[in-house]
Write a protein that binds this ligand. Sequence first.
Ligand SMILES: C[S@@+](CC[C@H](N)C(=O)[O-])C[C@H]1O[C@@H](n2cnc3c(N)ncnc32)[C@H](O)[C@@H]1O
Length: 332
Amino acid sequence: MNTQFLERQSSLERQAVALIDLHPVPADLERLAVEGLSRVPKQLPAWFLYDAEGSRLFDAICRQPEYRLTATETALLEQEAVAMAAAIGPGLPIEFGAGSARKVSPLLEALAPAAYVALDISSSHLTAACGTLQARHPATAVLGICCDYSQLQDLPAHPLLEGQRRIGFYPGSSLGNFEPPQARALLAQFARLLGPDGCLLIGIDQPRAVASLEAAYNDRAGYSAAFASNLLVRLNRDLGGSFDPEAFSYRARWQPDQCRIEMALVSQGQQVVRLASQDWTFAPAEALITEYSYKYTPEAFAALAGSAGWRPRQRWSDPAGTFSLHLLEPQP
Ligand SMILES: C[S@@+](CC[C@H](N)C(=O)[O-])C[C@H]1O[C@@H](n2cnc3c(N)ncnc32)[C@H](O)[C@@H]1O
């Protein structure tokens, strides 16, 4: 190891986590809530679920035995990180919706990048996750950017981000939260943001037995239900809403025609809720959709990615064929 390298490494070890906050302002929250409650059926953006408590509850969901996605994807990353890093090549990893940023560790070990960027909308959770990750990977400078990645046209200016090839990492099958036209638009936006020499490693959950899918989104311990219900608590706190969370029940159901799980809060009776200076009427059994989770076969996902300017390069799958990590490169 030469002196220059040691100096560089020791300066990175001293580096504090850098954080940039581009968080949406409350006026955006109110406008989007009004838009969503005006839809038929009523539906709010999935990212509304992730305040500090929502992020904590999502981590608890990931630990439930019914929610196999996290364990499956983590195992794939641990087993295949070296092969993935060889296929990916050097650059700056940028994780979309990093959450607790636990899955990226094997990739950081295999890629040994100078810097890593975590994007997430949940600011306090992102701050904590970046601190933990920085301690685990002292030779990689960790930068957190609190933002809505679906609105991010480019990265903000920062010395850590300059002149590096960009490697997108989008685990957790979070693409499934977007309806297919929006998912296509998001993949195309990522292609622009990552650039012509970039690439994208993306985790995609696949269709399987209905009972196993529905159980994954409605765990026995009740974390999925609490995660959805916390959305109403957030609307009350951040937008002065008058939701009674007890007056809604949680439902997760597979919709085979759309190849998706629909998660919703169902009104237990006729009720009127006040939010953003308006009254919102809920009929008995009326649903407020909190989130979708679309599932894609590898072929269906390759077609979607292809229509968004990407070319499938390599794929790693679990032995049961329930989940894949796809490495995509830009179409020439
Ligand atoms: C399903 S969790 C996945 C977390 C982690 N990547 C994993 O695979 O376990 C989605 C994460 O993305 C974040 N998120 C959701 N929508 C977002 C958006 N539009 N912009 C930025 N972050 C978002 C949430 O705060 C949450 O941490």
